[in-house]
Design a protein around this ligand. Structure first.
Ligand code: GLA
Length: 403
């Protein structure tokens, strides 16, 4: 009898280890960090990553909440070794990934890496297909905390099943790793991703322009406005531990300061992961100030975890975005995407602002809210009076309402 009992507990223990699941609770607010791809593509190195780590700390970005240093495509040697293990390019990363991870961790940051669910990464390096469990063990041994998993060269593979295989491999390897699904929204990851990963890309690759499509033949990259407009009706799928991801940020990479400010504000309104993509070693003061605006970051990182929505398309020529926040606060972002400055005259008493997903309503008739401008830091009065302002082209007025 006792033997049967022991056998039964053994089976239960094994099935618990093998039960398919993601590591829960690793991304209760949208992940924040830096990723090498937007600026450096495959031209990455150990020196670059270490300098970026140092700048993340020195610039105040770490204190503002940025956490993950993610090495994107291009870190690998062209072939696996004889045992089938991935190896880091010995020229780019001479000390190896374990040592680099130790450096990142010693500065209080976390270590992210990129690979691909297909046979090759988009830049042609070895992909993970067929090696998932072996790779996950290797990542765990290197101290990886974040895995971005791409979707090039996937052939006829089924996305949900393929991403689940890597999820299970990570789970069995035993190290909690934030799992970032990057299949560009092609197979609606918002419908199946919640139990698989912590975030999923909803769009193709972003590029550093405000409003453009760059056609690369078989695929396009997209400006800020194009990215925001691309997916409709999926905000209900985003929330704590499972975020819609409109891609890494292009702030500090060539747009105007107004555009960078608008880009950052909108990502915060969308509760998007905040992954900087600029060269931190060469960051102007105004860019640093945008990326570390704690009031805007607080909107993104709000514990309610509700993705904001567009309230109106054309309020005196500007879009109005709203986001319910914890403790019945609201963030409102007036977004002037036109080429001219625009005046707003927003009469709170005539607006019916509510969110059918979070079931929150902004009631300015029974309650008075104070208004803080999250960029100028000025107090703009209360909701008792209409809000009047002028917004420069491609810029925002972003405010927080507090009861
Ligand atoms: C895809 C991803 C990008 C980047 C590149 C690397 O295009 O969407 O974010 O990771 O691959 O090759």
């Amino acid at each position: 009898m006792k033997r049967w009992l022991m056998m039964a507990s053994f089976v239960v223990a094994i099935s618990q280890i093998l039960v398919a699941q993601k590591f829960e609770g690793l991304a209760l607010t949208p992940p924040m960090g830096w990723n090498s791809w937007n600026t450096f593509a495959v031209n990455i190195s150990e020196d670059l990553v270490k300098q970026t780590v140092d700048m993340m700390v020195a610039s105040g970005m770490k204190d503002a909440g940025y956490e993950y240093i993610v090495i994107d495509d291009g870190w690998e040697a062209m072939e696996r070794d004889n045992a089938g293990s991935l190896i880091a390019d010995p020229k780019k990363f001479p000390s190896g990934m374990k040592v680099l991870g130790d450096y990142i961790h010693s500065k209080g940051l976390k270590f992210g890496i990129h690979n691909c669910a297909g046979t090759k990464t988009c830049a042609g390096f070895p992909g993970g297909r067929g090696h998932e469990f072996q790779d996950a063990r290797l990542y765990a041994s290197w101290g990886i905390d974040f895995l971005k998993y791409d979707w090039c060269s996937h052939g006829t593979a089924n996305s949900e099943e393929t991403y689940k295989t890597m999820r299970d491999a990570i789970h069995v390897a035993g190290r909690p790793i934030v799992y970032s699904i990057c299949e560009w929204g092609d197979t609606k990851p918002w419908e199946w991703g919640k139990d698989v990963g912590h975030l999923w890309r909803i769009t193709g690759d972003i590029t550093d322009c405000f409003d453009c499509e760059i056609n690369h033949g078989s695929w396009s990259s997209w400006g800020i406005i194009n990215t925001i407009e691309m997916r409709k009706g999926i905000r209900q799928y985003s929330g704590p531990d499972h975020w819609n991801d409109p891609d890494m940020m292009e702030i500090g990479r060539g747009m105007t300061p107004n555009e960078d400010r608008a880009h950052f504000s909108l990502w915060a309104m969308l509760a998007a992961p905040l992954m900087a993509g600029n060269d931190l070693r060469d960051m102007k003061k105004e860019i640093n100030e945008i990326l570390t605006n704690k009031d805007v970051i607080a909107v993104d990182q709000d514990s309610l975890g509700v993705q904001g929505l567009k309230y109106s398309d054309n309020e005196s020529g500007v879009e109005v975005w709203i986001k319910p926040l914890n403790k019945n606060d609201w963030a409102i972002c007036f977004f002037n995407k036109s080429e001219q400055k625009q005046k707003i005259d927003f009469d709170w008493s005539k607006k019916n602002i509510s969110d059918d997903i979070s079931k929150k309503t902004l009631n300015t008739n029974d309650f008075t809210y104070s208004i803080k401008d999250l960029w100028s830091k000025k107090n703009l009065g209360t909701t008792k009076k209409s809000l009047r302002a002028e917004i420069p082209p491609h810029d925002v007025l972003m405010i927080r309402l507090t009861k």
